[in-house]
Write a protein that binds this ligand. Sequence first.
Ligand SMILES: [Zn+2]
Length: 212
Amino acid sequence: MVEVLKGIHSIDHSDKGDHSLETWILDCPQGLVLIDTAMQPESVNKIGNEIKEMGKTWKDVKLILITHKHGDHTKNIPKIVELTGAPVKAHDLEAPLIEKAVGVRIEGLPHGTILPYCGGIEIIHVPGHSEGNACYFLRSKKTLIAGDTIFGNEKGEIQAPPERYCLDVKEATKNIIILLNYDFEYILYTHGLDVMKDGKEKIQELLEKCEV
Ligand SMILES: [Zn+2]
């Protein structure tokens, strides 16, 4: 069981154990919230094992949040909906795209919606990596779940998402500035080592390095 921060569990789906593919479970008083689903069938077992180690079951999952449409974040949605019966939500622009790809109802959320779990989970729209790419901000935990809004490099530093994975890399890089409107310390993201100190300062430094 990997509890990276109190009530936040991180699951590393990578073969090498290098955090090159992460998803998360939030242990909220209102129920469990899954963020992203990974893509391989064995990832469903990994998520299920984590839930079991937390002393819970799939039925304790009350909400599934998706950061964006790419397959490594969404392919297990149908299986996990079958196991949990939970609603799936994503940003307004992304929801229909995911729904089309996986064949499961996805509810759209406007930018700024605050979901009543763990003291409030706010959706932040950061377009560029994809149309409705989103981060989820947990104000009470000073934590940003950034999905693919930032990536990690080999040195463990954060960087803008690489061009080959982006709908529009210029937009994706420029829009990282949106994150500075929020007060966070920790950044958990999908592909790379999490930022466990001075998250907002690190975003500021990254923007100074990027030429946009
Ligand atoms: Zn992606």
